[in-house]
Design a protein. Structure first.
Length: 88
C-alpha cells in the first residue's frame, strides 16, 4: 500500500473531466470504494466533491467538498489521492 510519494501512481488532473463522478477502487486485504468528483473551486484549486446517487438522476456530482474528518484507513488513502491529484 503506497505510503510515500515514490510508491504512488500519479494521475494528471487533465485525465479527469469536471462534474463527472468517478469510482475509486482500492483493494488490500479489504476492498474500499468511493465515488467522487474532481472539480476546481473559485480560487482555481483542485477539490474533491461528494458524488450523489438518485434513482431518477443516477449518479451525479454534489456541491459539498469531500469530508476528510475521519481517521480511517480509507480516509488516509483518499487524502493521499487528493494530495497526488493536487500536484498536477
Amino acid at each position: 500500500m503506497p505510503i510515500i510519494e515514490e510508491n504512488c501512481i500519479k494521475i494528471n488532473k487533465s485525465e479527469f473531466k469536471e462534474n463527472l463522478p468517478y469510482s475509486i477502487w482500492l483493494e488490500t486485504d479489504q476492498e474500499y470504494n468511493q465515488r467522487i468528483c474532481v472539480n476546481q473551486n473559485s480560487e482555481g484549486k483542485t477539490v474533491l466533491l461528494d458524488a450523489k446517487a438518485d434513482l431518477e438522476k443516477g449518479t451525479y456530482c454534489g456541491t459539498n467538498q469531500y469530508d476528510y474528518s475521519s481517521n480511517s484507513l480509507w480516509t488516509k488513502l483518499k487524502n493521499l489521492y487528493y494530495w497526488l491529484v493536487s500536484l498536477f
